[in-house]
Design a protein around this ligand. Structure first.
Ligand code: FAD
Ligand code: EPU
Length: 351
Protein backbone atom coordinates (compact mmCIF):
# COMPACT_ATOMS: atom_id res chain seq x y z
CA UNK A 1 0.00 0.00 0.00
CA UNK A 2 1.36 3.50 -0.85
CA UNK A 3 1.52 5.66 2.23
CA UNK A 4 0.42 9.23 2.14
CA UNK A 5 3.27 11.65 2.76
CA UNK A 6 2.14 15.26 3.13
CA UNK A 7 4.42 18.16 2.16
CA UNK A 8 5.05 21.47 4.00
CA UNK A 9 2.55 21.07 6.79
CA UNK A 10 2.32 23.04 10.04
CA UNK A 11 3.29 21.10 13.16
CA UNK A 12 1.32 23.44 15.44
CA UNK A 13 -1.35 20.80 16.25
CA UNK A 14 1.37 18.21 16.92
CA UNK A 15 3.33 19.89 19.73
CA UNK A 16 1.97 20.93 23.14
CA UNK A 17 4.00 24.17 23.09
CA UNK A 18 1.82 25.11 20.10
CA UNK A 19 4.80 26.31 18.06
CA UNK A 20 3.87 27.02 14.45
CA UNK A 21 6.67 25.63 12.31
CA UNK A 22 6.56 23.75 9.02
CA UNK A 23 7.76 20.21 8.37
CA UNK A 24 9.04 19.47 4.87
CA UNK A 25 7.32 16.05 4.92
CA UNK A 26 4.94 14.40 7.35
CA UNK A 27 3.32 10.97 7.57
CA UNK A 28 1.72 8.72 10.16
CA UNK A 29 2.37 4.97 10.48
CA UNK A 30 0.10 2.37 12.08
CA UNK A 31 2.30 -0.73 11.62
CA UNK A 32 5.94 -1.67 11.01
CA UNK A 33 5.44 -2.31 7.27
CA UNK A 34 4.19 1.25 6.83
CA UNK A 35 7.14 2.53 8.85
CA UNK A 36 9.70 0.71 6.72
CA UNK A 37 7.94 1.87 3.55
CA UNK A 38 8.10 5.49 4.69
CA UNK A 39 11.80 5.15 5.39
CA UNK A 40 12.23 4.68 1.61
CA UNK A 41 10.80 8.17 1.03
CA UNK A 42 13.25 10.67 -0.59
CA UNK A 43 13.08 13.01 2.44
CA UNK A 44 14.20 10.16 4.71
CA UNK A 45 17.95 10.03 4.04
CA UNK A 46 21.20 11.28 5.52
CA UNK A 47 20.72 14.75 3.96
CA UNK A 48 17.33 15.16 5.64
CA UNK A 49 16.70 14.28 9.27
CA UNK A 50 13.90 11.96 10.37
CA UNK A 51 11.93 12.77 13.51
CA UNK A 52 9.77 10.22 15.31
CA UNK A 53 6.90 12.05 16.91
CA UNK A 54 4.67 10.88 19.74
CA UNK A 55 2.38 13.37 21.48
CA UNK A 56 4.85 16.26 20.98
CA UNK A 57 4.76 17.06 24.72
CA UNK A 58 8.51 17.13 25.33
CA UNK A 59 9.71 19.00 22.25
CA UNK A 60 10.51 22.62 21.45
CA UNK A 61 10.69 23.36 17.72
CA UNK A 62 12.98 26.35 17.15
CA UNK A 63 12.95 26.34 13.34
CA UNK A 64 11.24 24.70 10.37
CA UNK A 65 11.98 20.98 10.08
CA UNK A 66 13.76 20.14 6.83
CA UNK A 67 13.06 16.42 6.81
CA UNK A 68 10.47 13.71 7.42
CA UNK A 69 8.31 13.66 10.54
CA UNK A 70 6.92 10.21 11.28
CA UNK A 71 3.96 10.24 13.63
CA UNK A 72 3.75 7.03 15.61
CA UNK A 73 0.20 5.66 15.64
CA UNK A 74 0.86 2.05 16.65
CA UNK A 75 -2.04 0.90 18.86
CA UNK A 76 -2.90 -1.96 21.20
CA UNK A 77 -2.58 -3.07 24.84
CA UNK A 78 -2.15 -6.74 25.68
CA UNK A 79 -1.64 -8.82 28.83
CA UNK A 80 1.17 -11.11 27.63
CA UNK A 81 1.71 -13.26 30.74
CA UNK A 82 1.51 -13.33 34.51
CA UNK A 83 3.28 -15.08 37.37
CA UNK A 84 2.73 -15.27 41.13
CA UNK A 85 3.45 -11.59 41.70
CA UNK A 86 3.24 -9.78 38.38
CA UNK A 87 1.27 -8.98 35.27
CA UNK A 88 3.32 -8.33 32.12
CA UNK A 89 1.47 -5.83 29.97
CA UNK A 90 2.63 -4.85 26.49
CA UNK A 91 1.50 -1.51 25.08
CA UNK A 92 2.08 -0.21 21.57
CA UNK A 93 4.11 3.00 21.32
CA UNK A 94 1.29 5.13 19.91
CA UNK A 95 -1.06 4.52 22.85
CA UNK A 96 -1.66 7.64 24.99
CA UNK A 97 0.27 7.25 28.25
CA UNK A 98 -2.57 8.32 30.54
CA UNK A 99 -4.98 6.00 28.69
CA UNK A 100 -2.57 3.17 29.45
CA UNK A 101 -2.45 4.18 33.13
CA UNK A 102 -6.26 4.14 33.30
CA UNK A 103 -6.32 0.72 31.62
CA UNK A 104 -3.97 -0.58 34.35
CA UNK A 105 -6.01 0.97 37.16
CA UNK A 106 -9.28 -0.45 35.77
CA UNK A 107 -7.70 -3.93 35.64
CA UNK A 108 -5.99 -3.66 39.05
CA UNK A 109 -2.50 -3.77 37.57
CA UNK A 110 -0.55 -1.75 40.16
CA UNK A 111 2.58 0.36 39.74
CA UNK A 112 1.83 3.24 37.36
CA UNK A 113 -0.85 5.08 39.38
CA UNK A 114 1.66 7.74 40.56
CA UNK A 115 2.40 8.46 36.88
CA UNK A 116 -1.19 9.50 36.13
CA UNK A 117 -1.90 12.40 33.77
CA UNK A 118 1.59 12.67 32.25
CA UNK A 119 0.94 13.76 28.65
CA UNK A 120 2.41 11.98 25.64
CA UNK A 121 2.59 8.41 24.41
CA UNK A 122 3.78 5.04 25.67
CA UNK A 123 6.65 5.04 23.12
CA UNK A 124 8.26 8.12 24.64
CA UNK A 125 7.98 6.87 28.25
CA UNK A 126 11.41 5.14 28.18
CA UNK A 127 13.06 8.01 26.25
CA UNK A 128 13.61 10.08 29.37
CA UNK A 129 12.47 7.47 31.93
CA UNK A 130 9.40 9.56 32.77
CA UNK A 131 8.85 10.12 36.43
CA UNK A 132 6.57 11.79 38.95
CA UNK A 133 5.57 11.52 42.60
CA UNK A 134 8.30 9.08 43.59
CA UNK A 135 7.97 6.60 40.68
CA UNK A 136 9.88 6.29 37.39
CA UNK A 137 9.32 4.04 34.39
CA UNK A 138 12.40 2.04 35.34
CA UNK A 139 10.50 0.78 38.43
CA UNK A 140 7.91 -1.01 36.26
CA UNK A 141 9.86 -1.56 33.03
CA UNK A 142 10.31 -5.11 31.73
CA UNK A 143 11.47 -4.78 28.10
CA UNK A 144 10.86 -2.91 24.87
CA UNK A 145 11.04 -3.60 21.18
CA UNK A 146 12.58 -1.02 18.87
CA UNK A 147 13.21 -0.77 15.13
CA UNK A 148 16.65 0.32 13.95
CA UNK A 149 16.23 3.01 11.28
CA UNK A 150 19.35 2.04 9.29
CA UNK A 151 19.58 -1.71 9.87
CA UNK A 152 15.81 -2.08 9.43
CA UNK A 153 15.76 -4.71 12.18
CA UNK A 154 13.84 -5.15 15.41
CA UNK A 155 15.91 -5.20 18.62
CA UNK A 156 14.75 -6.08 22.16
CA UNK A 157 16.06 -3.99 25.08
CA UNK A 158 16.00 -5.27 28.68
CA UNK A 159 16.00 -3.01 31.76
CA UNK A 160 19.80 -2.99 31.99
CA UNK A 161 20.22 -2.25 28.26
CA UNK A 162 18.31 1.02 28.65
CA UNK A 163 20.69 2.63 31.24
CA UNK A 164 17.80 4.52 32.79
CA UNK A 165 18.75 7.45 34.99
CA UNK A 166 16.93 10.58 36.14
CA UNK A 167 15.22 11.79 32.91
CA UNK A 168 17.79 9.76 30.94
CA UNK A 169 18.16 6.61 28.84
CA UNK A 170 20.31 5.28 26.00
CA UNK A 171 17.64 6.49 23.57
CA UNK A 172 18.05 10.12 24.64
CA UNK A 173 21.87 10.05 24.29
CA UNK A 174 23.89 7.19 22.78
CA UNK A 175 21.20 5.96 20.36
CA UNK A 176 19.56 9.33 19.72
CA UNK A 177 17.49 9.19 16.50
CA UNK A 178 18.65 5.62 15.79
CA UNK A 179 15.64 3.63 16.97
CA UNK A 180 11.88 3.81 16.75
CA UNK A 181 10.40 2.38 19.94
CA UNK A 182 7.57 0.08 18.81
CA UNK A 183 6.17 -1.25 22.08
CA UNK A 184 6.98 -1.41 25.77
CA UNK A 185 6.23 -4.26 28.19
CA UNK A 186 5.69 -3.22 31.82
CA UNK A 187 5.89 -5.49 34.86
CA UNK A 188 2.99 -4.55 37.12
CA UNK A 189 2.17 -5.74 40.61
CA UNK A 190 -0.68 -8.02 41.59
CA UNK A 191 -0.42 -6.75 45.18
CA UNK A 192 -0.14 -2.96 45.13
CA UNK A 193 2.75 -1.29 46.94
CA UNK A 194 1.34 2.12 47.80
CA UNK A 195 3.76 4.97 47.36
CA UNK A 196 2.17 7.98 49.06
CA UNK A 197 5.15 9.57 50.76
CA UNK A 198 6.12 11.94 47.98
CA UNK A 199 5.04 15.56 47.85
CA UNK A 200 1.46 16.30 48.77
CA UNK A 201 -0.10 12.86 48.06
CA UNK A 202 -0.90 12.02 51.71
CA UNK A 203 -2.32 15.48 52.29
CA UNK A 204 -4.46 15.24 49.16
CA UNK A 205 -5.77 11.77 50.13
CA UNK A 206 -6.80 13.27 53.45
CA UNK A 207 -8.51 16.22 51.70
CA UNK A 208 -10.36 13.70 49.53
CA UNK A 209 -11.57 11.90 52.67
CA UNK A 210 -9.94 8.62 51.61
CA UNK A 211 -9.94 6.01 54.43
CA UNK A 212 -8.70 2.96 52.51
CA UNK A 213 -5.88 3.77 50.11
CA UNK A 214 -6.19 2.19 46.66
CA UNK A 215 -4.47 2.66 43.32
CA UNK A 216 -7.64 4.43 42.13
CA UNK A 217 -7.42 6.92 45.02
CA UNK A 218 -3.69 7.56 44.49
CA UNK A 219 -4.29 8.17 40.79
CA UNK A 220 -7.04 10.69 41.61
CA UNK A 221 -4.87 12.42 44.22
CA UNK A 222 -2.03 12.78 41.69
CA UNK A 223 -4.47 14.10 39.07
CA UNK A 224 -5.77 16.69 41.55
CA UNK A 225 -2.29 17.87 42.56
CA UNK A 226 -1.04 18.06 38.98
CA UNK A 227 -4.14 19.93 37.78
CA UNK A 228 -3.71 22.52 40.54
CA UNK A 229 -0.23 23.61 39.52
CA UNK A 230 0.67 22.49 36.01
CA UNK A 231 -0.80 24.43 33.08
CA UNK A 232 -3.06 22.42 30.76
CA UNK A 233 -1.38 22.48 27.32
CA UNK A 234 -4.83 22.76 25.71
CA UNK A 235 -5.11 26.18 27.37
CA UNK A 236 -1.49 27.40 27.61
CA UNK A 237 1.27 25.92 25.47
CA UNK A 238 4.02 24.16 27.45
CA UNK A 239 6.09 20.98 27.68
CA UNK A 240 6.08 20.42 31.46
CA UNK A 241 9.35 21.04 33.31
CA UNK A 242 11.67 22.83 30.93
CA UNK A 243 14.84 22.06 32.93
CA UNK A 244 15.94 19.08 35.00
CA UNK A 245 16.39 19.42 38.73
CA UNK A 246 20.19 19.78 39.02
CA UNK A 247 22.37 17.35 40.95
CA UNK A 248 25.32 18.84 42.83
CA UNK A 249 28.04 17.56 45.15
CA UNK A 250 27.54 17.62 48.93
CA UNK A 251 30.48 20.07 49.16
CA UNK A 252 28.74 22.49 46.79
CA UNK A 253 25.49 22.09 48.74
CA UNK A 254 27.24 22.93 52.03
CA UNK A 255 28.67 26.12 50.49
CA UNK A 256 25.29 27.16 49.06
CA UNK A 257 23.61 26.54 52.43
CA UNK A 258 25.91 29.11 54.07
CA UNK A 259 24.39 31.81 51.88
CA UNK A 260 20.93 30.26 51.28
CA UNK A 261 20.03 28.25 54.42
CA UNK A 262 16.52 27.43 53.14
CA UNK A 263 17.59 26.01 49.78
CA UNK A 264 15.38 22.92 49.13
CA UNK A 265 17.51 19.80 48.58
CA UNK A 266 17.04 16.04 48.43
CA UNK A 267 19.79 13.45 48.98
CA UNK A 268 20.43 11.24 45.92
CA UNK A 269 23.09 8.85 44.71
CA UNK A 270 21.59 6.65 42.03
CA UNK A 271 23.58 5.17 39.14
CA UNK A 272 21.90 4.43 35.78
CA UNK A 273 20.31 0.94 35.52
CA UNK A 274 22.81 -1.67 34.38
CA UNK A 275 25.90 0.35 35.36
CA UNK A 276 28.34 -0.73 38.03
CA UNK A 277 30.34 1.79 40.02
CA UNK A 278 30.71 3.62 43.29
CA UNK A 279 27.71 5.59 44.49
CA UNK A 280 28.78 9.13 45.42
CA UNK A 281 26.42 10.98 47.71
CA UNK A 282 25.00 13.98 45.91
CA UNK A 283 22.04 16.32 46.36
CA UNK A 284 19.28 17.28 44.01
CA UNK A 285 18.07 20.88 44.05
CA UNK A 286 14.63 22.17 43.05
CA UNK A 287 15.20 24.05 39.79
CA UNK A 288 11.78 25.73 40.22
CA UNK A 289 13.00 27.27 43.49
CA UNK A 290 16.29 28.47 41.96
CA UNK A 291 14.41 30.07 39.04
CA UNK A 292 11.85 31.68 41.35
CA UNK A 293 14.62 33.14 43.53
CA UNK A 294 16.06 34.78 40.41
CA UNK A 295 12.74 36.60 39.95
CA UNK A 296 11.46 34.80 36.85
CA UNK A 297 8.21 33.32 38.18
CA UNK A 298 5.30 34.93 36.29
CA UNK A 299 7.69 36.74 33.89
CA UNK A 300 6.34 37.37 30.39
CA UNK A 301 7.89 38.89 27.27
CA UNK A 302 5.58 38.98 24.28
CA UNK A 303 3.95 35.53 24.38
CA UNK A 304 6.86 33.67 25.97
CA UNK A 305 6.75 33.30 29.74
CA UNK A 306 7.63 31.54 32.97
CA UNK A 307 4.50 30.04 34.55
CA UNK A 308 3.08 31.93 37.53
CA UNK A 309 2.33 28.76 39.58
CA UNK A 310 5.39 26.65 38.62
CA UNK A 311 8.59 28.46 37.66
CA UNK A 312 10.07 25.31 36.09
CA UNK A 313 7.47 25.40 33.32
CA UNK A 314 8.01 27.77 30.39
CA UNK A 315 4.86 28.71 28.51
CA UNK A 316 3.59 29.99 25.18
CA UNK A 317 0.63 32.33 25.67
CA UNK A 318 -0.29 32.02 21.99
CA UNK A 319 2.02 33.30 19.29
CA UNK A 320 5.49 32.81 20.79
CA UNK A 321 8.13 31.38 18.47
CA UNK A 322 10.32 28.48 19.53
CA UNK A 323 13.28 30.85 19.39
CA UNK A 324 11.64 33.26 21.85
CA UNK A 325 11.03 30.39 24.30
CA UNK A 326 14.58 29.14 23.78
CA UNK A 327 16.06 32.62 24.31
CA UNK A 328 14.07 32.98 27.53
CA UNK A 329 15.42 29.60 28.69
CA UNK A 330 18.95 30.82 27.95
CA UNK A 331 18.42 34.00 30.05
CA UNK A 332 17.05 31.88 32.92
CA UNK A 333 19.97 29.49 32.69
CA UNK A 334 22.46 32.38 32.82
CA UNK A 335 20.86 34.07 35.80
CA UNK A 336 20.71 30.83 37.84
CA UNK A 337 24.38 30.27 37.02
CA UNK A 338 25.28 33.81 38.12
CA UNK A 339 23.29 33.75 41.38
CA UNK A 340 23.92 30.17 42.54
CA UNK A 341 26.85 28.90 40.43
CA UNK A 342 24.58 26.01 39.38
CA UNK A 343 24.34 24.93 35.74
CA UNK A 344 20.80 24.01 34.71
CA UNK A 345 20.25 21.49 31.93
CA UNK A 346 17.25 21.54 29.60
CA UNK A 347 14.93 18.56 29.90
CA UNK A 348 12.88 19.36 26.80
CA UNK A 349 14.21 18.12 23.42
CA UNK A 350 15.26 21.16 21.35
CA UNK A 351 14.75 20.66 17.61
P1 FAD B 1 7.38 13.58 22.10
O1 FAD B 1 7.40 14.97 22.65
O2 FAD B 1 6.59 13.35 20.86
O3 FAD B 1 8.86 13.10 21.85
C1 FAD B 1 9.86 13.28 22.85
C2 FAD B 1 11.19 12.70 22.32
O4 FAD B 1 11.05 11.29 22.18
C3 FAD B 1 11.56 13.19 20.91
O5 FAD B 1 12.96 13.26 20.86
C4 FAD B 1 11.02 12.11 19.98
O6 FAD B 1 11.73 12.04 18.78
C5 FAD B 1 11.23 10.88 20.83
N1 FAD B 1 10.23 9.82 20.58
C6 FAD B 1 8.90 9.89 20.80
N2 FAD B 1 8.31 8.71 20.54
C7 FAD B 1 9.30 7.87 20.12
C8 FAD B 1 9.35 6.51 19.70
N3 FAD B 1 8.25 5.75 19.64
N4 FAD B 1 10.54 5.99 19.35
C9 FAD B 1 11.67 6.73 19.40
N5 FAD B 1 11.69 8.02 19.79
C10 FAD B 1 10.53 8.59 20.16
N6 FAD B 1 7.52 14.17 31.95
C11 FAD B 1 7.85 13.47 33.05
O7 FAD B 1 8.78 12.67 33.02
N7 FAD B 1 7.19 13.66 34.22
C12 FAD B 1 6.16 14.51 34.35
O8 FAD B 1 5.57 14.63 35.42
C13 FAD B 1 5.78 15.27 33.20
N8 FAD B 1 4.77 16.16 33.27
C14 FAD B 1 4.42 16.88 32.17
C15 FAD B 1 3.37 17.80 32.28
C16 FAD B 1 2.97 18.56 31.18
C17 FAD B 1 1.83 19.52 31.32
C18 FAD B 1 3.63 18.37 29.93
C19 FAD B 1 3.18 19.13 28.73
C20 FAD B 1 4.68 17.48 29.82
C21 FAD B 1 5.10 16.72 30.94
N9 FAD B 1 6.17 15.81 30.89
C22 FAD B 1 6.50 15.06 31.99
C23 FAD B 1 6.95 15.65 29.65
C24 FAD B 1 6.31 14.67 28.63
O9 FAD B 1 4.97 14.48 28.89
C25 FAD B 1 7.01 13.31 28.63
O10 FAD B 1 8.37 13.47 28.36
C26 FAD B 1 6.40 12.35 27.61
O11 FAD B 1 6.93 11.06 27.79
C27 FAD B 1 6.63 12.79 26.16
O12 FAD B 1 5.86 11.95 25.34
P2 FAD B 1 5.50 12.34 23.85
O13 FAD B 1 4.84 11.14 23.22
O14 FAD B 1 4.72 13.60 23.82
O15 FAD B 1 6.93 12.56 23.23
N1 EPU C 1 9.47 25.21 43.77
C1 EPU C 1 9.51 26.57 44.02
N2 EPU C 1 8.95 27.41 43.11
C2 EPU C 1 8.35 26.97 41.98
C3 EPU C 1 8.30 25.59 41.72
C4 EPU C 1 8.88 24.72 42.64
O1 EPU C 1 10.05 27.00 45.02
O2 EPU C 1 7.86 27.82 41.22
C5 EPU C 1 10.10 24.28 44.74
C6 EPU C 1 9.27 23.97 45.96
O3 EPU C 1 10.13 23.98 47.07
C7 EPU C 1 8.80 22.56 45.77
C8 EPU C 1 9.91 21.96 44.94
O4 EPU C 1 10.39 23.05 44.13
O5 EPU C 1 8.62 21.89 46.96
C9 EPU C 1 9.46 20.83 44.01
O6 EPU C 1 8.39 21.29 43.20
P1 EPU C 1 7.32 20.29 42.56
O7 EPU C 1 6.85 19.32 43.58
O8 EPU C 1 6.31 21.10 41.84
O9 EPU C 1 8.17 19.44 41.55
P2 EPU C 1 9.35 19.80 40.55
O10 EPU C 1 10.63 19.37 41.17
O11 EPU C 1 9.25 21.21 40.11
C10 EPU C 1 9.36 17.47 39.41
C11 EPU C 1 9.38 16.94 38.02
C12 EPU C 1 7.99 16.94 37.43
C13 EPU C 1 7.11 16.03 38.29
C14 EPU C 1 7.11 16.55 39.72
C15 EPU C 1 6.38 15.62 40.67
C16 EPU C 1 11.56 17.41 37.07
C17 EPU C 1 12.36 18.25 36.15
N3 EPU C 1 10.27 17.74 37.20
O12 EPU C 1 8.97 18.83 39.35
O13 EPU C 1 8.05 16.41 36.10
O14 EPU C 1 5.79 15.96 37.79
O15 EPU C 1 8.46 16.68 40.21
O16 EPU C 1 7.13 14.46 40.85
O17 EPU C 1 12.09 16.48 37.66
C18 EPU C 1 8.36 17.02 33.83
O18 EPU C 1 9.36 16.30 33.84
O19 EPU C 1 7.97 17.63 32.80
C19 EPU C 1 7.59 17.20 35.06
C20 EPU C 1 6.52 17.99 35.15
Amino acid sequence: MRMQVQQNISLKPYNTFGIDITAKSFAAFTNVDELSEMLQHPTSNSKHPTLILGGGSNILFTKNFDGLVLKNELKGIELVKDDAKHYYVKAAAGEAWHGFVLHCINNNYAGVENLSLIPGNVGASPMQNIGAYGVEIKDVFYELEAYHLNDKKKVTFSLNDCAFGYRESVFKRMYKNEFVILNVTYKLNKQPIFNTSYGAINQELENMGVKDVSIQAISQAVINIRSSKLPNPKEIGNAGSFFKNPTISIEQLNKLQEEFPNIPNYPTSSLPTGQAGTQHPTAKLAAGWLIEQCGWKGFRKNDAGCHAKQALVLVNYGQATGKEIFDLSEDILQSVKTKFGVQLEREVNII
